[in-house]
Design a protein around this ligand. Structure first.
Ligand SMILES: *[C@@H]1O[C@H](CO)[C@@H](O)[C@H](O)[C@H]1NC(C)=O
Ligand SMILES: *[C@@H]1O[C@H](CO)[C@@H](O)[C@H](O)[C@H]1NC(C)=O
Ligand SMILES: *[C@@H]1O[C@H](CO)[C@@H](O)[C@H](O)[C@H]1NC(C)=O
Length: 414
């Protein structure tokens, strides 16, 4: 085909193809972010970011090419080997190793990253958000394959400000341990440094839409506030907090028992797992006795990550919180924490039901995994991060976002 004809393809998989010194491969050259020439002809990110149909079609065709899909897989062993020489790893992967501005140096961030697979996704996310002044806690699911744990541990070992959580847990989908993973990182981050001002939690399939400087500026403009979804619990979700659930054989199930009222009669609000909160909020989560009681109460509910943070955000005395009155409700679209496209809310502009344009990638559990065609719209949003990306399925989306962000970060330097 035309596209294949343009590619200097290495057929089949080998380490050489992905070697840090290897030949440039279009849309794969994660090492040379400012590459040009050949790779721009085949995979033109500026055209993709402008939503140009021809470039998007080319990207789509490339993405579904079998040889391309084979080449883009990076085995865990690659990272284990490549991080044996940390200095070289950081240089070849072009990590930013000094604060890019005084403003960023004076406004430190703390990240919790909860990961269970896809090491390549994790490493590219870490690189995209990495700044030497920030701190990063990484929680790898206790039941993740050994190679995932070893590879991620090896990557974190290359950075003094990136560490593995002290108490990893076995994360059960929609279960309490999803919250516990973040709580354990919160405690470690709070404990490790007193200097950071805001906390952001991520999962391995998130990716930033903003540079570190833009994130810092967005957080400063919150003036001590927090930014997360916190709104009235939809009728259909109420059973999640009215019934007792337990984990059986690694799956969460209803027990038939009804839950007691919340401690202190706290009103439960609905939100999601992803938050952008100030240090005082984290202090409250770790120390406030009402919150400790709420945490105990929430342990046998369904998907506590989708109401706990939202509820704490509306408690008096929590730094950056707002009153529980509905006039202070904040939707996921108005909060800056995370852009997630739910399949049921996609549609065309002008429709009362639609919240965002249709997904150009594919769906996993009703959530859009972004394709290159989603980028033009995504980078216009005010959200700091978007979910989900998958470097194995649509590497061009991440590749072009990386290029866009790095170019912007370097432009900001002048
Ligand atoms: C990439 O696309 C941009 C925007 O359409 C265009 O100006 C540029 O010439 C293209 N680059 C290449 C190498 O085709
Ligand atoms: C392992 O890493 C070293 C140093 O970075 C590199 O020279 C070597 O080619 C790598 N080996 C494999 C099998 O990738
Ligand atoms: C960190 O937390 C542990 C356990 O809670 C505690 O024993 C230790 O003193 C803390 N360290 C710092 C520096 O606060």
């Amino acid at each position: 085909s035309l596209i294949l004809g343009l590619l200097p393809f290495h057929l089949g998989y080998s380490f050489r193809v992905l070697d840090l010194h290897g030949q440039e491969i279009p849309c794969l050259d994660v090492n040379d972010l400012l590459s040009n020439g050949l790779s721009d002809k085949v995979c033109n990110c500026s055209a993709i970011l402008q939503g140009e149909k021809e470039a998007l079609l080319k990207a789509k065709l490339l993405t579904i090419t079998k040889d391309f899909q084979k080449i883009i897989q990076i085995p865990d062993e690659y990272y284990i080997n490549a991080t044996k020489d940390c200095r070289k790893f950081k240089i070849t992967r072009k990590y930013i190793t000094f604060p890019l501005s005084k403003e960023e140096q004076d406004f430190l961030l703390a990240y919790s990253m909860v990961v269970h697979h896809k090491v390549q996704n994790f490493e590219r996310l870490l690189r995209a958000i990495y700044a030497p002044q920030n701190i990063y806690c990484v929680h790898v699911d206790k039941k993740a394959p050994a190679s995932v744990f070893i590879a991620i541990n090896a990557i974190t070992s290359c950075f003094p400000n990136v560490f593995m959580v002290s108490k990893p847990v076995d994360v059960v989908y929609a279960g309490w341990t999803r919250v516990q993973a973040d709580l354990n990182c919160m405690a470690d981050l709070y404990n490790t440094s007193t200097n950071w001002k805001y906390f952001i939690n991520l999962c391995g399939q998130d990716f930033p839409l903003k540079t570190n400087l833009e994130i810092v500026q967005a957080l400063r403009s919150l003036k001590g506030g927090n930014s997360l979804e916190s709104e009235e619990m939809p009728q259909g979700k109420k059973r999640r907090v009215m019934n007792v659930y337990q984990v059986i054989d690694g799956q969460i199930q209803q027990t038939g028992k009804t839950k007691d009222p919340t401690p202190f009669n706290l009103p439960i609000l609905s939100g999601n797992a992803y938050i952008v909160v100030n240090r005082g909020y984290i202090h409250s989560v770790l120390e406030d006795e009402r919150i400790q009681a709420l945490i105990e109460w929430a342990k046998d509910t369904y998907s506590p990550d989708e109401f706990l943070w939202a509820t704490i955000q509306r408690m008096s005395g929590v730094p950056g919180s707002t009153w529980p009155n509905r006039k202070f409700d904040m939707t996921d679209m108005n909060a800056i924490a995370r852009m997630v496209k739910w399949q049921g809310h996609e549609g065309s502009e002008g429709s009362l039901q639609a919240v965002y344009p249709e997904c150009k990638g594919h769906h996993v559990r009703s959530i859009c995994v972004y394709g290159a065609g989603d980028l033009q719209w995504l980078i216009e949003q005010h959200h700091l991060f978007a979910n989900k990306f998958d470097a194995d399925r649509d590497p061009i989306a991440i590749y072009c976002l990386e290029k866009y962000l790095r170019h912007k970060a370097l432009t900001e330097l002048d």
